[in-house]
Ligand binder design. Structure first.
Ligand SMILES: [Zn+2]
Length: 666
């Protein structure tokens, strides 16, 4: 793996018009080294085209494939709609009596069809896949319409007659839609989780069947066409068994499959969106099997207005995703019908120019997963939302509540996306319910930082002797965190962190933590505005008999943690919890977002509008020198100073605002 996989996605407004296509070819010739693949979008609308319309398009696409082959690129199609995204151009798109995608209330999305409908498979999908393959593309990408939510106006699904029949047959049940809706939110937590996981598994089963149908149909025509799949972000609506999905998409072929973990970050108005997306798609890349090596992010500036993202941000974004574990980029940055290709020429030149750094990131990081602090996502995570009360199917399943999406992970802490890559774990909210007892015990044998809700779940499940604390009194008004005299608070004893319980948005209850063992240590207490103690302990540590190091926070465990005092305390604490095994962290007080590997390689972004000066990065390595490379491929050697616990401190050169660097001590 010595370079990135880079594709350019081309909209129909360009490939349908000879003049526009010629302009694109001029730019491609000038920036030949920037791209490997040219992926032609099948349509403008987000609803499946009729076979008749598709036939006309496909004939022209066959010609376009040859034209870009002559320029030295691999051509293929990005099938925008297999089952359909949502309702668009309904009068002119597919509506031939197929079963629509259906939510748990029976609401349908016109223009979105259930892939389990036999008629839809036989009369549309198979003829469509056959037709597309006959045009001889090098690859066929399926798009993120193959998902189980976001099919407006329907909610989560699919609960059509075919999906319900498959569910009941698969699990030996006789649920109606109404009964299923009730079952996911009633009974014991274990009972609810069981049926929720069955729904996710049913969707996963449907997804694999669709992937297998696409691949076998296409390979029957041309066994050399590579298959690719995109999702809309972490496959929250199904069982997210990526190994099964990749196997289904290969359909027994030896050809590699391509993957494109999705999720929107469409403007530079809010730069943190890019680190959030990096955490999400990096997590998915980590869970994909090793056999999948072509994992492209989608860098998209929907709705493709040239001024939504600067050239610099567009390039930076792609590089951040490569740092988080992806191995390629699909540039989705070209015009729709509003603007001509010429408007995008300088952008195409800019993204081609950053290609050498993209190649360096991929050739260095390969498929080595980021290591450090695990955020608790696993296959069962989607099933745990909305417990113990709440409306599961209709509720929010956003990943935004998870640790890696909190500000603190933009400030020098290394995320890990799987337990096997972690030296400690953070669990919050209902996340603990996503793990079996054996997995919980493994987590409690290592390092764990968690909130009061997690502590309650762990204690309820019989792990109290390993957690060290129980919750007691609560405070909902005017509680502020007071830093007690403790080594982790050195220099900050008496500091107060106030997360403003009086503000209704984001309000969290403060929980008292009562030590159950003499080895428990108190880090902080809760005080009011008069500094009178309200709760003796709201944050503490405990070392259990498994050798695990546990820390509980009963007060805004991750939010509002960018204060120098709190961030320093957390860095000290997390180093301790991990038994000083984090692969790297930022020792200085800077907003540097990092992804670190166990081999000591660190990708680092200055997530601030200030230059980062006097930054200090601490890496677990035996090497006291490292190469420091930036987006413009300026490379220098930096020297390090040995530090305790097998670490080396590297003083960083000045890093410009929102610039990215690769630090390699090997
Ligand atoms: Zn269905």
């Amino acid at each position: 793996m010595n370079k990135a996989h880079v594709s350019l996605r081309v909209t129909p407004s360009i490939w349908l018009e000879d003049d526009e296509f010629d302009q694109l070819c001029i730019s491609l010739k000038k920036n030949r080294g920037g791209f490997d693949d040219i992926a032609f979008f099948s349509s403008l609308v987000h609803t499946p085209l009729t076979l008749e319309v598709l036939e006309t398009c496909n004939k022209l696409l066959a010609k376009r494939y040859e034209q870009v082959r002559e320029l030295g690129f691999k051509p293929g199609i990005n099938l925008l709609s297999t089952m359909g995204h949502h309702e668009e151009d309904i009068p002119h798109t597919l509506h031939d009596g197929f079963t629509n995608f259906t939510d748990i209330n029976g609401t349908i999305a016109r223009g979105v069809f259930c892939p389990n409908d036999p008629k839809f498979k036989n009369d549309f999908l198979i003829p469509m896949f056959t037709m597309l393959a006959k045009a001889k593309p090098d690859f066929i990408w399926l798009d993120d319409d193959i998902r189980w939510s976001g099919h407006h106006p329907a909610g989560r699904g699919c609960f059509c007659e075919h999906c319900l029949a498959q569910f009941n047959q698969k699990f030996g049940e006789i649920f109606t839609r109404e009964q299923l809706k009730k079952a996911v939110d009633t009974g014991t937590i274990e009972e609810r989780l069981k049926v929720r996981k069955q729904i996710l598994a049913n969707n996963g089963f449907s997804l694999c069947n669709l992937f297998r149908l696409a691949a076998t149909t296409i390979h029957d025509i041309d066994p050399n066409i590579e298959m690719g799949a995109m999702d809309a972000g972490m496959r929250l609506g199904d069982s997210a068994d990526y190994a099964d999905q990749a196997e289904a998409l290969s359909a027994g072929s030896d050809l590699p499959v391509r993957w494109r973990p999705g999720g929107g970050a469409y403007t530079e108005d809010h730069m943190k969106a890019f680190s959030d997306k990096a955490m999400s798609i990096g997590c998915e890349a980590a869970w994909l099997p090793d056999s999948v090596t072509n994992i492209q992010s989608e860098v998209e500036s929907f709705n493709y207005q040239r001024l939504r993202k600067s050239e610099h941000t567009t390039c930076l974004e792609a590089c951040m995703y490569l740092g988080a574990g992806l191995t390629g980029t699909a540039w989705n940055i070209l015009a729709s019908e509003a603007d001509k290709v010429q408007v995008y020429h300088s952008l195409l030149a800019a993204v081609a120019e950053v290609r050498p750094f993209m190649d360096l990131l991929v050739s260095t990081n390969k498929r080595i997963r980021p290591a450090g602090i695990y955020g608790g996502w696993n296959h069962a995570w989607s099933a745990t939302t909305g417990l113990p009360d709440g409306n599961w199917v209709g509720g929010s399943w956003t990943l935004g509540r998870m640790p890696h999406f909190q500000d603190v992970f933009t400030a020098g802490l290394p995320p890990a996306f799987r337990l096997k890559d972690a030296s400690m774990t953070i669990l919050v909210d209902n996340g603990a319910w996503a793990f079996s007892d054996d997995e919980i015990k493994a987590i409690l044998s290592q390092g764990l930082y968690c909130d009061a809700r997690t502590l309650q779940i762990l204690n309820e499940r019989g792990f109290a002797k390993y957690t060290g604390f129980v919750t007691s009194k609560v405070v909902d008004e005017d509680g502020r965190e007071f830093f007690l005299d403790h080594p982790f608070n050195q220099g900050f004893t008496g500091a107060i962190r106030d997360c403003r319980q009086s503000f209704p948005w984001g309000h969290e209850t403060a929980f008292e933590l009562v030590p159950q063992d003499e080895k428990c240590q108190k880090l902080t207490s809760l005080v009011n505005f008069q500094k009178e103690t309200l709760l003796d302990c709201i944050m503490g540590t405990f070392e259990n008999e498994l050798g695990g190091r546990i820390a509980i926070s009963g007060y805004y465990p991750l939010r509002d943690s960018l204060y120098f005092s709190k961030l320093t305390q957390l860095k000290r604490l997390f180093n301790y919890l991990s038994d000083y095994k984090l692969p790297a962290y930022v020792e200085s007080y800077h907003r540097l977002t990092i992804w670190a590997r166990d081999n000591g390689v660190v990708t680092l972004v200055n997530a601030s509008m200030d230059d980062c000066e006097n930054g200090r990065l601490t890496i677990k390595t035996t090497s006291t020198s490292a190469t420091f490379a930036t987006m413009d491929m300026q490379t220098k050697t930096i020297k390090g100073t040995p530090a305790p616990n097998g670490y080396v401190n590297f003083d960083l050169p000045t890093i410009k605002p929102w610039h990215i660097a690769l630090i390699n001590p090997n």
